[in-house]
Design a protein around this ligand. Structure first.
Ligand code: XUL
Ligand code: CO
Length: 436
């Protein structure tokens, strides 16, 4: 097989002074930061759907991507060839993981049985390539949103036949993920919501979604898949409202339907901003519930109101993400999956390298900066001090549940007006900028 990127060498760490665009300035895979190799903190993943399959079309025009290795057909041979090229890409880039949907790696055929066969045929190649290169599957998923049958939802479709088809697809995708040693499995319900409430029984749809996820848990146990399930929040697009709209809504749903122990969250930056939150907010909400699982690393555009899935290059953003992640104890099975696509104007194969290198370097810097902030201790010290009235006396009694309203009334009557300290937001913002 001819190489897909013959002119591109293996990307090496050359340090911050390098002027070579095809080198890392900050990501040095085996360098130890905060007690762990950078590659083990960051656990980067390539998103197959964007990097291998996105043609860079938009609602106003067709694809622009030049991908000389792809013959543009839906043949199994083309899909297998693409899979090999994905591994060539990962090897040159030095990314350890990848993620896929069933229908990115293999074609959807005329029948479910044929689609399953095609998926097996591509999984043969993925498995061989994983063995050859040591690259691993971060998570797999099923595409329950592209095909016309899912236009009214998959697990939340009003049609039971569609529910069954979706279940069959997840069953197979889960089995293939398990076969490939996937470390997790993701559910993103792009069509699990509604376009209008005039035709929607919201309660029934949410009950169905919960049933579907319980069936997935049962099947996971049946086949012995040990990795976590992730739910990926997103408020809308393509649906008008998605039931998994943000971290808090997902957690509420999981608790209501007794699914908490089986699921963590896969948080995506651009989805957070579409929900009207910062990524850090979503991460803190998930971490507080012990449900921070994995990250789809990308970013949106402040001036465009949809999911632009851009590569993350903003150091302030990556610092915040890494700070929340380190404070939550880091990844176990999760990673930083680049759910991001190059711009429509960046159509050459080399742009895929620039994009990933930029994202990896931005997160490497975020990791180093967040580590420095933690080691410095002033930020953490300030927050500890801010809550210190709860460390002893009446505050400690509140936290321990030793007092009620009557005791607190007596305390307030006796002690009068409490003394407040400043929140010092500007001081802290300046402090953070010392490190960036
Ligand atoms: C869509 C999205 C998906 C999920 C996987 O916005 O993020 O690609 O990550 O289905
Ligand atoms: Co995503």
């Amino acid at each position: 097989m001819a190489e897909a990127f013959p002119d591109i060498p293996k990307i090496a760490y050359e340090g911050p002074k390098s002027k070579n665009p095809l080198s890392f300035k900050h990501f040095n895979a085996d360098e130890v930061v905060a007690g762990k190799k950078m590659r083990d903190h960051l656990r980067f993943g390539v998103a197959y759907w964007h990097t291998m399959r996105n043609t860079l079309s938009d609602p106003f025009g067709g694809g622009t991507a030049v991908r000389p290795w792809d013959d543009g057909t839906n043949s199994i041979e083309n899909a297998q060839n693409r899979a090999r090229i994905c591994f060539e890409f990962m090897e040159k880039l030095g990314v350890d993981y990848y993620c896929f949907h069933d229908r990115d790696v293999a074609p959807e055929c005329a029948t479910l049985a044929e689609s399953n066969k095609a998926l097996d045929a591509v999984a043969d190649v993925l498995e061989a390539e994983q063995q050859r290169t040591g690259k691993k599957l971060l998570w797999g998923t099923a595409c329950l949103f592209a095909h016309a049958r899912y236009c009214q939802g998959a697990a939340t479709s009003p049609n039971a036949g569609v529910f069954a088809y979706a279940a069959a697809q997840v069953k197979k995708a889960l089995e293939v993920t398990h076969r490939l040693g996937g470390e997790g499995y993701t559910f993103w319900g792009g069509r699990e919501g509604y376009a209008t409430l005039w035709n929607t029984n919201l309660k029934r749809e949410m009950d169905h979604l919960a049933k579907f996820l319980h069936m997935a848990v049962a099947h996971k146990k049946a086949i012995g898949f040990k990795g976590p399930f992730y739910i990926e929040p997103k408020p809308r697009e393509p649906s008008t409202h998605q039931y998994d709209s943000d971290a808090a809504a997902c957690l509420n749903f999981l608790r209501q339907y007794d699914l908490m122990e089986h699921f963590k969250l896969n948080l995506e930056t651009n989805h957070a901003t579409l929900a009207g939150h910062s990524m850090r907010h979503e991460m803190e909400v998930a971490a507080a519930a012990g449900a921070l699982g994995s990250i789809d690393a990308n970013t949106g555009d402040e001036l465009i109101g949809w999911d632009t899935d851009q590569f993350p290059t903003n150091i302030y953003l990556t610092t915040q993400i890494m700070l929340s992640l380190l404070n939550a104890g880091g990844f176990t099975t999760g990673g930083l999956n680049f759910d991001a696509k190059v711009r429509r104007e960046s159509f050459e194969p080399v742009d895929l390298f620039h994009a990933h290198i930029g994202g990896m370097d931005a997160f490497a810097r975020g990791l180093k900066i967040a580590t420095a902030i933690i080691e410095d201790g002033r930020l953490d010290g300030f927050i500890k001090q801010r809550y210190s009235t709860f460390d002893s006396g009446i505050g400690a009694q509140i936290e321990k549940g030793e007092v009620g309203f009557a005791e607190l009334e007596a305390y307030a009557l006796k002690n009068g007006e409490p003394m407040l300290g400043s929140g010092r937001q500007e001081f802290l913002e300046n402090l953070i900028n010392e490190f960036i």
